[in-house]
Design a protein around this ligand. Structure first.
Ligand SMILES: [Zn+2]
Length: 532
C-alpha cells in the first residue's frame, strides 16, 4: 500500500494524496497549485499518476487548492465517482466554472503575449466543458456515515469546521491477502478554528494507523476572537473608515469570508452600532456562494438568531456589470465588498483603481495575503501600484485585521491532533510553510509522540505503508521539482521586489540628475564593472 504526496507537501499548496492499495487506486483531493509562478507551472504539467487508472476521488472541501484540478483529471481520462458532501458540491457548481473562466481568460492573455514574442500558444488547463463533465461525476455523501467507495475501501466524512461542506475523511482499507486486516487512515483536510461562525467545532474519531494533518497555522497563536469581539473590531474599523469620509473597500474571498462579513455587518446595523450606510456586494461569485449558504442555512450554526440572513435594505448585491459600474458614482460613505481576497483578480481591482489615490478612502484587508500579490504589496505600505497597466498612487489608508480566519491556530491544531491519538504508525504533517510545519512537529513531540513517528514529507515523496507500523519507508520516486525551488518566493517574486525598490528609490531621489546617477549605478552593477 503506497501513499504519495502529490500536493500540499512541504511548503507546497495544492492538496493531493494518491493512494495505491492492492485492489484499487484513489485520490484524496485534487487541488490546484497556488503561489509562485514556478509552482503554478505544475498545474499545466502532467499528473504524476495516470488519471485513467484512478478508481475514485474523496474530496475534503470546495477550496480551489483542494478541488481545482478535478476537471483536468476528468479531461485526462478519469472516469470514476467523486465523493463529497452536498455543501461542497453546491459550492463547486459555481466555483469550478469560475476557475475554468479564469484559466481560459488567463491563457488568452498569455497567448496574446506569446504571439508578440514568437512563442507557441498554450492551452488552458481545462475549459467549461471539462467542468460540466466533472460535475456529473460527483456523488454526495452524508457526514458521519460509512460509505463503500471502492474495492476494499470505505470512507466516512467528519465536520472539519472550516467552510461550508468541509470534511476530514476517515478511510478504512482492507489489506493483506493472507491475513486480512484493516488499515485506518485519517485525512484532516483543512481544520477550522474554535468559535467559527456558521460551523460547530471540528470533530473526528480517534485511534488510527496513519494520519495526514494540515499545518497552515502551526506554531501561530491567534488572539481569542469570540464572535462579539470580532464584530466589535470590525465595527470600529468601519466606523473609522466612514469618519475618514471616503469609501471603504473590503477585498474578500467569495466563499465563507464574504458571508461572515455580511452577517456581522447585519448584526452591527441592526443593533445601531453602525449607521445603515450603503453596502455593495460586488462579486458575481460571492453572490452565488451566498445563495448556496441560504440554501444550506438549516445546516449552519449562528444563522437562526439573525433574521433575514444576509438581507438588509442597505445591502445591495450587484451582479451585472452595469450595476457594478453604478457604484463608481459613490465617492464616499459606501462599503464595497468584492473579490478577489488578495486583490490579484476580480472587480476589486477596478474599485482599487478608483479609490486608492483618494486620501479619504480606506482598504480593509481581512484575509491571508500571499507574498507577491497586490494585497500583500498594499499591506506592506507601498506608495504606488500597477493596476490593469496603470500606475496608481496609494493615498488611501490601508488597514488589516486578523480576527477572521478559516483555520485553526497552532494550539487548536495540536489539540485536534491529540484528540485523534493513538496513532500506531506515522503522523504526516502537510500543507504549511516551513516554520509552521516545524513548530507543529515540535509541539506534537513535546506531548509525547515519538519524534520518528512525526514525518514532514516533501512534494512527490512516496511512502510504503505496508511495511508495518514500526518504520516509515520512503520509496525512491521521480520528483517534479527540485526541493530548493519550492521554498517560498521564486525569481519572479524577486524581480517584482527589485523593480519596486528601484522605483521607490527613483521617486525619492532629489531630482532627475540624482535619478540618472542611480540608474547608471544599477547598469554598471549589471555589467559587473566597478564603480569609480
Ligand atoms: Zn480550505
Amino acid at each position: 500500500m503506497l501513499l504519495s504526496f502529490c500536493g500540499a507537501a512541504g511548503t507546497v499548496t495544492g492538496s493531493c494524496y494518491w493512494m495505491q492499495t492492492e485492489r484499487c487506486q484513489f485520490l484524496v483531493d485534487c487541488g490546484m497549485f497556488q503561489g509562485s509562478k514556478t509552482l503554478k507551472a505544475l498545474n499545466y504539467g502532467a499528473f504524476p499518476f495516470d488519471p485513467a487508472k484512478i478508481d475514485f476521488v474523496l474530496l475534503t472541501h470546495a477550496h480551489i487548492d483542494h478541488s481545482g484540478l478535478i476537471p483536468k483529471l476528468v479531461k485526462h481520462g478519469f472516469r470514476g465517482p467523486i465523493f463529497a458532501t452536498e455543501g461542497t458540491f453546491d459550492l463547486l457548481t459555481y466555483m469550478l466554472p469560475d476557475s475554468a473562466y479564469i484559466q481560459e481568460s488567463e491563457v488568452e492573455r498569455l497567448n496574446r503575449r506569446n504571439v508578440q514574442r514568437g512563442r507557441a500558444a498554450v492551452e488552458p488547463i481545462y475549459t467549461g466543458e471539462d467542468v460540466d463533465a466533472a460535475l456529473k461525476a460527483f456523488s454526495n455523501v452524508d457526514y458521519e456515515t460509512w460509505r463503500e467507495v471502492g474495492d476494499g475501501v470505505r470512507a466516512r466524512f467528519w465536520n472539519a469546521g472550516h467552510i461550508l461542506g468541509a470534511a476530514s475523511i476517515e478511510v478504512e482499507i482492507a489489506t493483506g491477502q493472507r491475513s486480512p486486516r484493516v488499515s485506518r487512515l485519517l485525512f484532516s483536510g483543512d481544520i477550522g478554528p474554535e468559535h467559527k461562525l456558521f460551523h460547530p467545532d471540528p470533530e473526528a474519531p480517534e485511534n488510527f494507523d496513519y494520519l495526514c494533518c494540515e499545518a497552515t497555522y502551526g506554531g501561530r497563536k491567534r488572539s481569542d476572537a469570540s464572535p462579539e469581539k470580532r464584530r466589535h473590531i470590525l465595527g470600529q474599523e468601519v466606523a473609522a473608515a466612514l469618519k475618514r469620509g471616503g469609501n471603504l473597500l473590503i477585498p474578500a474571498f467569495a466563499v465563507e469570508r464574504t458571508q461572515e462579513l455580511l452577517l456581522d455587518l447585519s448584526v452591527l446595523f441592526d443593533s445601531g452600532a453602525l449607521p445603515k450606510v450603503p453596502v455593495f456586494l460586488d462579486s458575481p461569485l460571492a453572490i452565488k456562494a451566498t445563495k448556496v449558504f441560504l440554501k444550506n442555512a438549516d445546516q449552519l450554526e449562528d444563522t437562526a438568531r439573525v433574521p433575514d440572513l444576509f438581507r438588509r435594505p442597505n445591502i445591495r448585491f450587484t451582479e451585472s456589470v452595469e450595476e457594478s459600474k453604478m457604484i463608481g458614482r459613490f465617492s464616499g460613505g459606501a462599503v464595497i465588498i468584492a473579490g478577489s481576497g488578495m486583490c490579484d483578480a476580480g472587480r476589486i481591482r477596478h474599485h482599487l483603481k478608483q479609490n486608492l489615490w483618494r486620501g479619504d478612502a480606506t482598504v480593509l484587508l481581512v484575509g491571508y495575503q500571499a507574498p507577491g500579490t497586490l494585497g500583500a504589496l498594499l499591506s506592506q505600505g507601498v506608495s504606488a501600484v500597477k493596476i490593469q497597466g496603470e500606475d496608481v498612487r496609494v493615498k488611501a489608508t490601508i488597514r488589516r485585521i486578523d480576527v477572521y480566519s478559516g483555520h485553526a491556530d497552532g494550539d487548536q491544531l495540536l489539540a485536534w491532533l491529540q484528540a485523534r491519538l493513538p496513532v500506531k504508525g506515522a503522523i504526516f504533517l502537510t500543507h504549511g510553510e516551513e516554520d509552521a510545519l516545524n513548530a507543529l512537529r515540535d509541539g506534537l513531540a513535546a506531548t509525547g509522540v515519538p519524534a520518528e513517528r512525526i514525518v514532514i514529507p516533501q512534494l512527490d515523496d512516496v511512502v510504503d505503508l505496508s511495511a508495518g507500523e514500526s518504520k516509515v519507508q520512503f520509496r525512491p520516486m521521480p520528483h517534479r521539482l527540485p526541493q530548493e525551488s519550492l521554498r517560498g518566493p521564486d525569481w519572479h517574486n524577486d524581480l517584482a521586489a527589485f523593480s519596486l525598490t528601484l522605483r521607490e528609490r527613483l521617486e525619492q531621489a532629489a531630482d532627475d540628475k540624482a535619478r540618472g546617477v542611480i540608474l547608471r549605478r544599477v547598469i554598471r552593477a549589471l555589467e559587473g564593472r566597478e564603480e569609480r
